[in-house]
Each structure stands twice: as C-alpha cells, then as structure tokens.
Design a protein around this ligand. Structure first.
Ligand code: B3K
Ligand code: ZN
Length: 872
C-alpha cells in the first residue's frame, strides 16, 4: 500500500465552504445527494483538477452549477471522482450516490446496527457516504436533511441544531433537517436513524445558553442511561470550571449502538457510542464499567473543544486531539474520584499497553512520520503517551501557566486545523520559554531509561543524586530529552522536607542533559530517594534501591503513587528472581508479607481503593515487560502465582477479617461512587488472594458470593475467582451465570471473557467451542474482543502455548474477520506485536502464524500494514 508522509503535506487545492446533504435512508438502497460549495484554495496550486475521495460508492448523477455534466467531463470510480478542468472561481457540485447500509460490515461510513442506521466517519469513512475532500483541514458548514420510513426510524438525528421536521404525506416516510453552524471536517459528520428510547435533561451553560442533553438507547433500556446522562452534565460543568470551555449548540445528543469498532466517537453535537460505554445498571455493570462510562462520556464531550473547535491539520497530528483529550479526561476522573488511585490506573494502562508497543516492531513516534493505514495509528502511544507529554508540560511550566497556555491555544486556533507546533507555540507565548527541545518527545519512539544512583555524605549532611538518561534504539545523534523528575527524600520516620537543593523547584528537577546530578543539603541521615513521584515522566527508572529502602517508601512516602510503586518493585524483584531460577528468596518474601501486613493494618480501612491497588501484584505482562527478552510466559505465571500464594497464606486471617469488615449491610442501595467501589475492590482482592492460597475456602466464599451478590461487581469477581479453580463448581457457576443473563449481550461479553482468560490447558478448545455458541457472532466487535481479544491480551500462558495452538486460534480469527471488518481484524492482530521478545520456540511459532496471515492473498490494507510492520 502507498505510504503517506508528514513531510509531503500540502494544503488542499480546493476548499468546500458549505455542504448540503439530502440522505434518503433505505436498508439496501440509500440515496445521498450532496451539494458542495467549492472554491479554489488560495494556498493550493492554481488550475489543479478537483479530485474527490470515494470508497465503495456508486455514482448516479453529477451536476456543476446546476448543469448535468457529460460523462467525458469527469472520471469516476469506486475510489475517486476527478474533474480534470473546472472553474477557477467558486462553483457548486451536486453529486448523487447510492449505498447499501446493510451490506456495510466494515462499520465505517453509513451502516446498520441492530436495525439502527448510524455512521462512523473518522478517520476516512465520510468518503463511503459521498465523494468529498475527505481530509481534516477542509472545514465546511453542513446542513443535513435526513429522510426515512417513520415506522422503523422514528428518530432521525444529525449534527448541530434541529431546524425542521415533518411527514411526507402518503409515503409512510418523514424527515428532519439539521444545521451545524460551526465549520467542521468531514470526519465529524454523523447521522442516526432508528427506533430508540430517550432520556434527557436541560442544562444552562456558564455562558447562559439553554441546552438539552439527550441520550438515545435501544428501546426498554432508558433507565440504564441515567448514569451516562449525569456524566455528560458533570463533564460540561467540569470543562467550564477547569478550562473555561462551554458547550456551543442548543442540543447535545449521545446515541448508543451495539455494533461499533471502538469505544465512541465525538461527532459534533451527536456523539455515537458503543453501548458498552453508555448502558449501566447495578445488575449488569461493574464498578469498572461505571468508571469507564464516566471517562469515555467525558472524553468524547471534551473533544468538543480539543478536536472539534480546534481540529487537526492532518492525521499525523492525531495526538493533538487524542493525547490532549485523554489528559483532560484523566484529570476529570481524578477530580471525580481518588486522584492517587486514578493515577495508579493510568500508569498500569500505560505500562500494559504502551510500553510493550514502544518496545516492539509496531513502535512509532507520538507524532508518526508516515503511515500506510491511518486507522492503525489510534494507538496507546498516540493516546496514552500523548497524554503523558501534556502532563509533563504542565509539570514543567506549572498549573497557572498551563491554564493560560491552554486558553491561548483555544483562542488562537478556534475554527482552525492545527498542528503540534501550534499547540506548543501557545505555551511558549504565555511563558516566554523555548519548548523546541521539549518537542523531541513527539518525534522518536521508544521508552527512555533513566538510571539514578545516590550517595550520602554524613560528614557534610549532603545527599547527591546522579542521573543518566538513555534511549534504546535512538542513534548517538539523538538529543537528550527534557525530563521532569518530581522527587523528594524520605527518612526512616517520614519525608525529609528540610532537605533542599537549588536544582529542585516546587519538588521538580528538570533533567535536560544526558547526565546530570544534584545535591541536597541539610540531610540529617541516610535517606531513600522518592523518584518520579506521581510518575512524572513516561520512562523506565533504574534506581539502585534495595527492598528495605523500597519498603521504607511504601511506609512513609508522602506520594501515594510511589508508595504503590515501591510495593510493585519489590514484588517484581521477587518474581523475576524466581523466573531466573533463583529459589523464591524466603526472607525477602517474608519481609514483603510482613510489610503488607503492617500496611493493611494501618490503612486498609482508611483507603480501601488504594489498599486494593497495593495488594494487586504486577501483571504477567508487567513482569514480561520487565524481563524484556527470551520471555517464558509459563515461568512468569508460576513465579507470580507462587508469590500470590505466599501473600494469601501469610495474610489469610487478616484478609478474612477485612472481608467481614468491608461487607455491605444487607439492603444497602448500590452506589457506583469511588469510595463504595473501593471497598468492593479491596474485598474482592482479598477473596482472590485467599483463593490462591486456600482453594477450598476460596471456592466456598466465591460460591456464596456468586449466589448472593447484590450487584454485578461482586458477582463477576466471585465468578472470576471460581474460574481459576478447576472443577465442578466452576462449570456450574458459569452455566448459572449464562442462564441468568441470556438476554443481556453486555453481560454475556463478560461471560465469554472470563472463560477466554482461564490460564489452563483446554482454554483454546473451550474458545473454539464458544465460537460456535449461538450467542457468538463475528459481526459484533464487542463479542470478538471479549472472546478472542481478551484471550490474546490477558491470557499469556494459553495464547503463547508451546504447541502454537493459541497463535493459530488468533491467526484464524484475524483471517476470518478480515474480509468483513478489517479494522477489528488488524487490531486483534497487534497481539503478536511482542513476538520478538519471546523465548526461541514460541518466537518461531508466533512468527510462523504472522507469516501465515501475511501470505494470505487478498488481505485488507489494515491487516497488510500490521503484518508488514510486525515482520520488518
Ligand atoms: N476519535 C475516535 C476514534 C476514531 C477511531 C477511528 N479508527 C474516538 C476517540 O478517540 O475519542
Ligand atoms: Zn478521542
């Protein structure tokens, strides 16, 4: 496939000021008439032909300024429409196309999901609706008329504000007209038509605009949208108060559909969501689901400014809207919930997804320099590392300057298609700083390493820290990065706040050179350095601290993130030592158990959510990432389980007592708030550890909990615990669950996922059976992700089976899916991204599976691109 390069960017030769769309919806024969007000772009090439993008379209008619064009005046095929000579002045094109929404299995462009017409245009789906200049730097004002059968599509929604609606007498059809006054790129276009229920509330913005917020869902499910509706309102208020951003239309609509390639989409005034991120009730959704709904509702809403009002010049700038908007939604969730616990979750996600990506063949800069298929660049690197860059910027310049810079960015770029340079320029303008060296974070892939060592001098009461940064894979010419290091010193009894260094301002040292050092004075006794507090930079830290020092941090650091991190590091050390073949170091493990016991005693009931995080050991993936090469997932699993056993056994009595203390009194009304969720999390973390150490007690407790659970969080946690214990109880529990939720697709997804992640021989065969289950469907992305996606991402021992059966299963699914939904197929295939880091036998099996996919004729561009890069 042809490569698109950032260096080749040039402005469009034409612009489209206004778009009038007339869409006549029909399940198989939808007609679209687009009237485009075109003009030559002063910044483009003079006399250039008009070349519009298309994808899978049938052209029915074409007129220029009202005159039907003769066939020799243009060239049309499924992929483009070219007018070799056209007026050098403003003119209108009227284009009539036909499409088949029912046949659209790619779920890009206009398609039907369970009978509901909906659209997905980002990145390049609009060209599947009509021929267009489908690029984000062409901004137009849209008026959309939508017409459909009244019976099957009583609700018809578009972008912007509703202006007209009516019946078409004698036809059984009706229509609505929508006008979106703010110019937008085509990727933000959307429409919806279907039979949907609605919940709504009115809201007055800080600017005094009276608006209506509405959520549309499958009939009968309106109650389950209440939490999402509330989350929209809270997001609006938060963005007004935190960033001074108010909503700008009269209506804000959210629609939930069941077939969706990703989480949700920020179409202007008409967000379309995967229903997984809208629908929630205590009986069907877990605490994690509620938190994800809150975060994604906020994320899409925040795009209204960071993405829609200020959009991207080209797709290389994707992090400009995605990294920034992830940062904004993380801040929102941190304000709504526990900031410390949320930060731990953010870092867990970054390490689980972005670090491995950045260490493998699919690594790319936060702002890529080239791509073959842009839809493969909606990655953890662009999103999560992109958010970390924004956070580092705030750490470097401080909160006040950061807010001023954001204001400046919005003011200077409102209504424009901007670049990363425009973003940084706003912060340079308000601070007077030169951020050109900081900008290097956008340019090169790979996770930097920072080695730190400390030396205490009792005579001078000073403590010196030496820093050295390195970037794997970056050539010798690569300039050092600007790395904010939040840090402090901790003594045997607590933080040493009297210790100071002139290199540390507001708790932050800025590492700008390849090597640097700083000295604290007034240090009364040998301290433990608390480095990268709050995970102040997305780096791997190599600090020569022993376990005793780390356990001091767990006990006394003022920074919660580093307290958690200390426990994670100790656990990682114990597990990797065992993987290397050293016996589990008895005294080390005992000291760890004792430290956790003390910690729980003091704090479990004070902050259960935090305690649950401390108890959750690093994942198998975290350990693999730490080991980095010749990875043996079976050895990691065994070592990790051995440590979990030690914890479960050593803490058993305390965990049982905690479970009692944290139990909700019967009849307590369910609340998804962070504090209640935290108590459930700790209670279930305790169950999990008890069950590894003492399977009989674990099974008994889990069975009782599964039977009596008053909410999905507790029921699912119990089932997950049972799922790890082979035997009759597990199978009965799974069967009962399936029966109870037979009519609940989102809950069945959880049932599929639990089984896909059982770390035992037999799981591959189980999945193959489940693929023939009547509720399984390859056409539903949520189903594919829950069964095959969770297997590939969250079941390392079985995915990496030594006979290659796990790789075969995923490879076959990728191939089976590619013909109908290449985007989801390509995403699934990224599970092979870390294949080079595996031990030899698995490495060659994984490579064989990848080559088998890559050698299949007729592959999509999406899968071809992942294959090519993975094998390069
Ligand atoms: N912007 C969309 C993602 C579109 C993905 C296209 N393949 C959702 C989001 O990040 O908010
Ligand atoms: Zn986004």
């Amino acid at each position: 496939p042809p490569t698109v390069r950032l260096a080749d960017y040039r402005p469009s030769d034409h612009l489209i000021d206004r778009v009038e769309l007339d869409v006549r919806l029909d399940p198989r024969d939808t007609r679209v008439t687009a009237t485009l007000a075109l003009r030559p772009n002063p910044a483009g090439r003079p006399d250039a032909p008009v070349v519009l993008d298309g994808d899978d379209l049938t052209l029915l008619g074409l007129a220029l300024d009202g005159e039907v064009l003769a066939p020799e005046a243009y060239r049309a095929d499924a992929a483009s429409l070219t007018l070799p000579s056209c007026p050098q002045r403003p003119f209108t094109l009227r284009i009539e196309t036909r499409l088949d929404p029912t046949a659209n299995t790619k779920l890009m462009g206009l398609y039907r999901s369970s009978g509901v017409y909906c659209t997905q245009c980002e990145a390049d789906g609009f060209r599947r609706i009509t021929y267009f200049l489908d690029r984000p730097d062409v901004l137009s004002v849209y008026t959309t008329r939508i017409e459909a059968d009244r019976e099957t599509a009583p609700v018809l929604l578009g972008n912007g504000n509703p202006v007209e609606a009516g019946d078409i007498p004698g036809t059984g059809r009706h229509y609505t007209v929508w006008h979106d006054p703010l110019p937008k790129p085509a990727y933000l276009f959307a429409l919806v038509g279907g039979r949907l229920d609605r919940v709504a509330k009115r809201f007055t913005t800080i600017e005094g605009r009276d608006i209506e917020i509405a959520i549309y869902v499958e009939p009968g499910k309106a109650e389950r949208a209440a939490y999402a509706l509330d989350a929209v309102e809270r997001s609006m208020i938060w963005d007004e108060q935190t960033f001074g951003r108010a909503y700008d239309l009269d209506v804000f609509n959210v629609v939930a559909v069941s077939d969706f390639n990703m989480g949700a989409m920020e179409n202007k005034g008409l967000n379309i969501f995967n229903d997984k991120y809208v629908l929630a009730s205590p009986e069907t959704a877990t605490d994690a689901d509620y938190a994800a709904i809150e975060a994604i509702i906020a994320h899409e809403y925040f795009h209204n400014w960071s993405g829609n009002r200020v959009t991207c010049r080209d797709w290389f700038q994707l992090c400009l809207k995605e990294g920034l908007t992830v940062f904004r939604d993380q801040e929102f969730s941190s304000d709504m919930r526990s900031r410390a616990v949320h930060r731990i979750g953010e870092v867990r996600t970054l390490r689980a997804r972005q670090f491995p990506e950045d260490a493998g063949p699919l690594a790319h800069p936060v702002r890529p320099k080239h791509y073959a298929e842009i839809n493969n660049f909606y990655t953890a690197t662009v999103y999560e590392k992109g958010a970390e860059i924004v956070r580092m910027l705030r750490t470097l310049i401080g909160e006040t300057a950061f807010r001023a810079g954001m204001d400046r960015y919005f003011a200077d770029n409102d209504g424009r298609a901007a670049t990363v340079e425009d973003f940084l320029r706003a912060f340079e303008a308000v601070t007077g700083r030169d951020l050109s060296r900081f900008a290097e974070w956008y340019e090169r892939p790979g996770t930097p390493r920072v080695a730190v060592s400390g030396r205490y001098d009792a005579a001078t009461r000073t403590y010196r820290l030496d820093f050295r940064q390195a970037r794997p894979g970056a050539g010798a010419d690569a300039p050092p990065l600007v790395i904010p290091v939040s840090l402090g010193l901790v003594g045997a009894d607590g933080p040493l706040d009297q210790a100071v260094s002139d290199r540390v301002k507001d708790g932050v040292f800025v590492l700008e050179a390849a090597e640097d050092s700083l000295t604290f004075t007034n240090v009364a006794a040998e301290p433990v350095p608390s480095l990268f507090r709050g995970f102040s930079a997305p780096v791997r830290v190599e600090a020569s601290l022993d376990d005793a020092a780390r356990l001091t941090l767990l006990r006394h650091d003022s920074d919660s993130f580093n307290r958690w991190e200390a426990a994670q590091r100790v656990a990682t050390g114990l597990i990797t030592a065992q993987v290397r073949g050293d016996m589990m170091e008895m005294t080390g493990a005992d000291r760890f158990v004792a430290a956790l016991d003390t910690f729980l005693d003091a704090e479990a009931l004070r902050d259960p959510a935090f305690a649950a995080q401390v108890l959750a050991l690093p994942s198998e993936g975290d350990i693999a990432d730490e080991i980095g090469q010749e990875i043996d997932p079976d050895a990691i699993f065994a070592a990790r389980r051995a440590l979990r056993r030690r914890l479960g056994a050593g803490l058993c009595d305390r965990l049982l007592t905690l479970r009692e203390a944290l139990a909700e009194p019967a009849g307590t009304l369910f609340s998804p708030d962070a504090a209640s969720a935290g108590r459930r999390a700790l209670r279930n973390a305790a169950l999990d550890l008890i069950a590894v150490a003492d399977p009989a007690t674990g099974a008994e407790l889990a069975q009782a909990q599964a039977a009596a659970a008053p909410n999905m969080t507790d029921r699912l946690a119990a089932l997950s615990t049972l799922a790890l214990l082979p035997g009759e109880a597990r199978e009965t529990g799974l069967a009962a669950f399936a029966e109870r939720y037979a009519d609940e697709p989102l809950v069945l997804d959880k049932w599929f996922a639990i089984q896909a992640t059982i770390p035992e021989d037999g799981t591959v065969e189980r999945i193959r059976r489940l693929q023939r289950h009547p509720a399984f469907a390859m056409t539903n992305p949520n189903r594919v992700r829950s069964l095959v996606g969770s297997f590939s991402l969250a079941n390392p021992t079985q995915f990496n089976r030594l006979d290659g059966a796990g790789y075969d299963l995923v490879a076959e699914t990728v191939l089976a899916l590619d013909g109908t939904n290449p985007q989801v197929a390509a995403r699934l295939m990224t599970a092979f991204g870390s294949w080079r880091r595996l031990e030899g036998r698995r490495r060659s099996l994984a490579e064989t599976a990848l080559r088998r996919i890559a050698a299949t004729p007729g592959l999509s561009r999406d899968v071809t691109d992942i294959g090519t890069r993975s094998l390069a």
